[in-house]
Design a protein around this ligand. Structure first.
Ligand code: FAD
Length: 388
């Protein structure tokens, strides 16, 4: 039997970051069920500059496809809001290389990384002893003092520990994406998002340029819709002369948990991070930055726990997250619920009264200024006040 202080299940951004920070004071194993870490990618690959700064990640050419100077959000009636910066505000990355880079960085800090290792929780008389892994046909038991569940949106590990992870289908965005080439992108230095109840109910269509003529073109729609995400994306592409002649280089399908984050992030000697804990921005559905922030906090807390041999310290991760970032995500969730009630005409109205700054503030959970600008629309104001 192998023995570690900490075993991390899932080598996505949350898991590799948690492992990297835990390794400062602990012996760490990081396992992933896929044969290749980072693949298949299920991502639009947009990441803000803040994420690189917060996690001290270099802007390495190997995983940066394109510098992004802002975003354009299009309402169904043709109105739009543009947020443009003089300097790059974000990047379209290559997740397959980025995720592998994060895992390699963890291994440089002393983490043992193992791909092609499917994990299940190992409990004995209700006590979490570690995990069992199936690696290349061989079953192994891994004993660990702390288990970190970073196993993404389909997380089983937290559920196996008894945490209630059930999700309402309305709180899951169902996504479909093509990486397309030989397309015309109006402004390849910007990301583009298209809203509308007919275009993408409860979500949006995105064009995230990876090159001047190549982009991730995808859609997220609210779970429980009659039509599939693929239906909405194909229909959009067909309607657009700039896209419909393009080639398809890759097809991605996936889900994003956009409802309330898990409140119970620690149970006994188990911690839950990233999509497994639904730490995603419910408005734009980006989750990589939060996954890494949570991974850092969880990993650092696990390291302190091992160092002090006091399991009680693990709860500091839950308290720390829930009292800061978790609170912000709760405010953003209310904005999502408000947006889900908007008609197409309401979206058109908002693109007339809000500017780029308002949109950023709203997507970060701060609706004060935006609310004031809606003073001349009593019905919408009343609706917003119901949620915020
Ligand atoms: C179509 C789509 C587009 C998106 N676009 C963006 C975007 O542009 N920007 C953004 O910030 N976010 C985006 N997201 C969200 C983002 O991809 C996730 O929030 C992010 O990957 C979460 O990181 P994570 O480490 O928590 O989980 P994941 O990246 O999902 O990693 C979980 C890992 O756990 C492994 N695993 C699962 N179960 C087991 C097991 N039992 N044993 C071993 N390993 C296991 C998996 O193989 C996987 O590697 C998008 C999501 C989708 C689906």
């Amino acid at each position: 039997m192998d023995e570690y202080d900490v075993v991390v299940v899932g080598a996505g951004p949350a898991g590799s970051t948690a492992a990297r920070f835990a390794a400062e004071k602990a012996r760490v194993l990081l396992v992933d069920k896929h044969r290749e870490i980072g693949s298949p990618k299920r991502c639009g690959e947009g990441l803000t500059l803040d994420a690189f700064r917060d996690l001290d990640i270099p802007l390495d050419k190997r995983f940066i496809n394109k510098k992004i100077y802002g975003s354009v959000v299009y309402a169904p009636g043709g109105g739009k809001i543009e947020i443009r910066y003089d300097e790059p505000a974000g990047y379209i990355i290559e997740r397959k290389i980025f995720d592998k880079f994060l895992a390699a960085e963890a291994s440089r800090k002393g983490v043992r990384v193992l791909a092609d290792a499917y994990a299940t929780l190992n409990t004995v008389n209700g006590r979490i002893m570690g995990v069992r892994i199936r690696h290349q046909g061989e079953e192994r038991e891994i004993k660990a003092k702390v288990v970190i569940a970073a196993d993404g949106v389909e997380s089983q590990i937290a559920r196996q520990a008894g945490i209630n992870t059930a999700l309402n289908p309305r709180d899951i965005d169902s996504c479909f994406e093509y990486e397309m080439s030989d397309i015309k992108i109006e402004d390849p230095n910007m990301i583009h998002a298209y809203l509308g109840n007919k275009i993408a109910p409860g979500g949006y269509i995105w064009i995230f340029p990876k090159d001047d003529d190549r982009a991730n073109v995808g859609v997220g729609v609210c779970g429980g819709e009659r039509e599939t995400a693929k239906y909405y994306l194909d229909r959009f592409i067909k309607s657009r002369p700039d896209l419909r002649g393009g080639s398809i280089l890759e097809v991605n399908v996936g889900c994003i948990p956009v409802g309330a984050s898990l409140k119970e992030l620690v149970r006994d000697n188990l911690m839950v991070v990233g999509d497994a804990a639904r730490q995603v921005n419910p408005v734009h559905a980006g989750g990589v930055h939060n996954a890494m922030l949570a991974g850092k906090l969880a990993g650092t807390t696990a390291a302190e726990t091992i160092d002090s041999q006091d399991l009680g310290i693990l709860k500091r991760y839950e308290l720390g997250w829930n009292s800061s970032k978790g609170k912000q995500l709760e405010r953003i969730l209310r904005i999502r619920y408000f947006m889900r009630k908007l008609g197409d005409g309401d979206m058109d109205y908002l693109t007339r009264v809000w500017d780029g700054g308002d949109l950023i503030r709203v997507s970060e959970g701060d609706w004060g200024v935006a609310l004031k600008k809606m003073a001349e629309h009593p019905r919408l104001l009343k609706l917003l006040k119901k949620f915020v």
